[in-house]
Design a protein around this ligand. Sequence first.
Ligand SMILES: CC(C)(COP(=O)(O)OP(=O)(O)OC[C@H]1O[C@@H](n2cnc3c(N)ncnc32)[C@H](O)[C@@H]1OP(=O)(O)O)[C@@H](O)C(=O)NCCC(=O)NCCS
Length: 194
Amino acid sequence: MTGATQDVVIRPSRPADRQRLLDLLAANSRDALSEAEQESYGFVQPGLGEDTLAAMESDTGIVVAEVAGQVVGFVGTARHAAATTGPLAALLAELDYLRFNGRPVTEQRYAFYGPIVVDRAFRGKGLARLLFGGARQVLAGHADVGLLFVEDSNRHSLAVHIAGLGMDCVGGFTHAGRRFSILAFAVPAPPDAD
Ligand SMILES: CC(C)(COP(=O)(O)OP(=O)(O)OC[C@H]1O[C@@H](n2cnc3c(N)ncnc32)[C@H](O)[C@@H]1OP(=O)(O)O)[C@@H](O)C(=O)NCCC(=O)NCCS
């Protein structure tokens, strides 16, 4: 993308990006933001850290957006997810009940998307759209459907992902007294597929 001033590079994460990704997660964690900030800007779930990033990097990977040599956003992807606690575990417990494109999700190849974060100074410029494109590209050939959960109080993220990026709401769950929606999107076939 060419923004108003600078080009954006979309690429896989590198080990040297790790601290920056952790800083972006920490700065945008629900616990780090006031309720007014959560409402205006969106937030990621607390407790995401090294383990989350390492698991995604050893799976289909993390896609970053870089502007002028600085990572200003990222999204994680994974085909495999193991969790016994937290909202991800609650999402996994719902898998058998989800349908997308007229078929049970469990009869398709599915993968997970998120967390996604864009530095506040770079929002509203289409970076999430570019990261979504990068995520679909890395998942192409590995999955047919991408899944994510969004806390319902994160109305900003729900608007970006449903109204903005065109995802479908395919389910939901309650975890620790909080309500979450499950969103889904189609993963394209790889460009050289028949
Ligand atoms: C959510 C977040 C990643 C969005 O990043 P962003 O770079 O500002 O998003 P984009 O500019 O790419 O917007 C994507 C699309 O959503 C649209 N959009 C944004 N806000 C919208 C709204 N309130 N209603 C409808 N569409 C909206 C944009 O117009 C854009 O579509 P377009 O390309 O057709 O114009 C960013 O706000 C963020 O990091 N928030 C904090 C962390 C967070 O909430 N993460 C999600 C956790 S589930």
